[in-house]
Design a protein around this ligand. Structure first.
Ligand code: AMP
Ligand code: MG
Length: 427
C-alpha cells in the first residue's frame, strides 16, 4: 500500500529546516583565500584614516596666514623650499613666506595648514628663487584631508556575517588583516541515488541517463558557501545505500541525497532514515516541482532528501538547503530575495500547489519582467541553464496571462533576511 503523506506549506517546511540552524566555528585563512568567505568577527579600524593630515591633490602646502591679503591685483609670493612626493616627510616649515611643493597623498609639512592646488598658482623665478604667485586668500584647513576624517581608530567597519567582496578585501588590507577570521564552511556530503545513473565520462546505454544532479548540487553547495563533498552514486539497493549514508554522516555537517524519496518500489531513503533513527521533519510539501522533498534530522545533522528529478532537485536545494548553509555561515540574508515582476508570456497550467517556474528575469526601464524558460516539468534539466529566477505562482489558481504581476525569487542576488512569503491567490 502506498504510504499517505500530508503536504505542508513551503514556509512551514522552511521554518522546520531553519529551526535546526546552527552557526559554524571560526577559522583563520590568508587574506588571499578570503574571497567569498563570511567574516566570523566584526572588523575594526586599527588606526585612523587618513593616518595623518594629508594633501588630497598635487599642489603647494602653505601657511594660510601668508595668503590673508592676496588678491589678483596684489598677489602674494611664497618661496618654494622643497618638493616632496607621497611617502616622504617634508622638513618643518619655520619661516613666514615659505611653501612646499607636495604631491597627492603627501603628509602636510609641519608648519603648513592649507593646500593650494597647482592650477591656482603661477610659478615664477624671482631673485634666483622659485616662487609661487597666489591671488586669493586660503583659510587654515583648505583642501587638507584631515587625520581620522574618514574613520577613527576603533570604529567598526563591517560586522560578522559579511561576505568578503572586493571592497571588504580592501578594508582587510587597509587595517592589517593578513589572516582573516571567517566561518568554517559546512561540509556538505552528496550522494546521487539511482541504478539508472551513468557518470559524465560514461557512454550512453539503453535505459540509463547521465547523473546531472550530483554536479548541479555540488555547484549549488559551493555557490551557497559550503564545501561540497561528492561521495559518488549509489545503486537502488537498500543495504548499499544504508551503509554508505550512515558512514558518510560521520564526516559531514549535512548530507544531501538526490532521488529515492518518492513512493516507488526502489525509493529507499525513507526506510533508511527510519533505520538510522532519524526524525523526519517533513516528507511532502505543497509545491511543484519537488513535492517529495524530504528532510530528516539525526543528532543535530540534517539529511536533505532531494528529488531525483533535476528541476525538483534544484528547487528543493534553493528553498531549503541554501538557507541552512547560509545561516551556518552567519549570513543575515540566508533566503532567496523575493520581488514582483510582470509575466512575459502566458502560463496556462493550473496550479494545484505553489509552483516554482524556472524563469529568466530582465530589468527594463525600471521594471522587472519574468519569462518562464523551457518545459515546465519537474524532470527537465535543460531549462535550468537559462534560469536566473523562479516565478512563484500560488496554489489553487488556474493559470496566468502575459502582463500579470507575479512573485519571483531571484537566484543570483545577495539574498534576503526574509523567509519566503507565499503570494496571495487572486480573487
Ligand atoms: P527518483 O526521485 O529517484 O524517483 O528519480 C526521479 C527521476 O529523476 C527519474 O527519472 C530519475 O532517473 C531521475 N534522476 C534521478 N537521479 C538523477 C540524477 N542524479 N541526475 C539526473 N536525473 C536523475
Ligand atoms: Mg531513483
Amino acid at each position: 500500500m502506498v504510504e499517505k503523506r500530508t503536504p505542508i506549506p513551503v514556509p512551514e517546511a522552511q521554518k522546520r529546516v531553519m529551526k535546526n540552524r546552527r552557526t559554524g566555528p571560526k577559522e583563520w585563512v590568508s587574506i588571499n583565500d578570503a574571497d567569498g568567505r563570511v567574516l566570523a568577527e566584526s572588523i575594526y579600524a586599527d588606526h585612523d584614516i587618513p593616518p595623518f593630515d594629508k594633501s588630497p591633490l598635487d599642489g603647494f602646502a602653505v601657511q594660510s596666514e601668508d595668503t590673508k591679503r592676496a588678491t589678483s591685483e596684489a598677489p602674494v609670493y611664497l618661496e618654494v623650499i622643497e618638493t616632496v612626493g607621497a611617502g616622504h616627510v617634508a622638513k618643518p616649515v619655520t619661516k613666514p613666506g615659505q611653501a612646499v611643493r607636495v604631491m597627492t597623498g603627501t603628509m602636510i609639512p609641519e608648519g603648513c595648514d592649507a593646500i593650494v592646488m597647482f592650477e591656482l598658482t603661477n610659478e615664477v623665478e624671482r631673485n634666483g628663487k622659485t616662487m609661487i604667485e597666489i591671488k586669493r586668500p586660503f583659510k587654515a584647513g583648505d583642501f587638507v584631508s584631515f587625520k581620522g576624517e574618514e574613520t577613527k581608530k576603533g570604529d567598526p567597519l563591517v560586522t560578522a556575517g559579511t561576505k568578503v567582496n572586493p571592497g571588504v578585501k580592501a578594508l582587510l588590507a587597509t587595517f592589517g588583516y593578513p589572516k582573516v577570521p571567517v566561518i568554517r564552511k559546512p561540509v556538505v556530503g552528496i550522494f546521487a541515488t539511482g541504478s539508472e545513473l551513468l557518470e559524465v565520462e560514461e557512454p550512453m546505454e539503453p535505459g540509463k541517463i547521465r547523473n546531472s544532479n550530483a554536479y548541479m548540487v555540488s555547484a549549488q553547495v559551493m555557490d551557497a558557501g559550503g564545501e561540497a563533498r561528492y561521495y559518488g552514486k549509489l545503486a537502488d539497493d537498500f543495504d548499499q545505500c544504508f551503509e554508505a549514508v550512515s558512514n558518510a554522516l560521520d564526516e559531514v555537517d549535512i548530507l544531501i541525497t538526490t532521488g529515492g524519496v518518492s513512493v516507488g518500489d526502489f525509493d529507499y531513503l525513507p526506510a533508511i532514515y527510519s533505520k538510522l533513527g532519524a526524525t523526519t521533519l517533513f516528507n511532502k510539501i505543497a509545491m511543484r516541482p519537488g513535492s517529495v522533498t524530504t528532510v530528516a534530522e539525526l543528532n543535530g545533522k540534517l539529511l536533505f532528501g532531494l528529488s531525483g528529478n533535476p528541476s525538483a532537485c534544484f528547487v528543493g536545494f534553493e528553498l531549503y538547503t541554501r538557507p541552512w548553509i547560509q545561516s551556518y555561515l552567519a549570513s543575515n540574508v540566508p533566503y532567496l530575495q523575493q520581488t514582483t515582476a510582470t509575466l512575459q508570456k502566458d502560463f496556462p497550467k493550473p496550479n494545484p500547489f505553489t509552483r516554482f517556474i524556472r524563469s529568466r528575469i530582465e530589468f527594463s526601464e525600471g521594471r522587472v519582467f519574468t519569462e518562464p524558460v523551457g518545459l515546465d516539468k519537474s524532470q527537465t534539466v535543460t531549462s535550468l541553464a537559462h534560469a536566473n529566477a523562479l516565478t512563484v505562482v500560488p496554489g489553487g489558481t488556474r493559470g496566468f496571462q502575459k502582463g500579470d504581476q507575479v512573485d519571483v525569487l531571484l537566484l543570483q542576488s545577495e539574498g534576503s533576511s526574509q523567509p519566503i512569503k507565499l503570494p496571495e491567490k487572486e480573487s
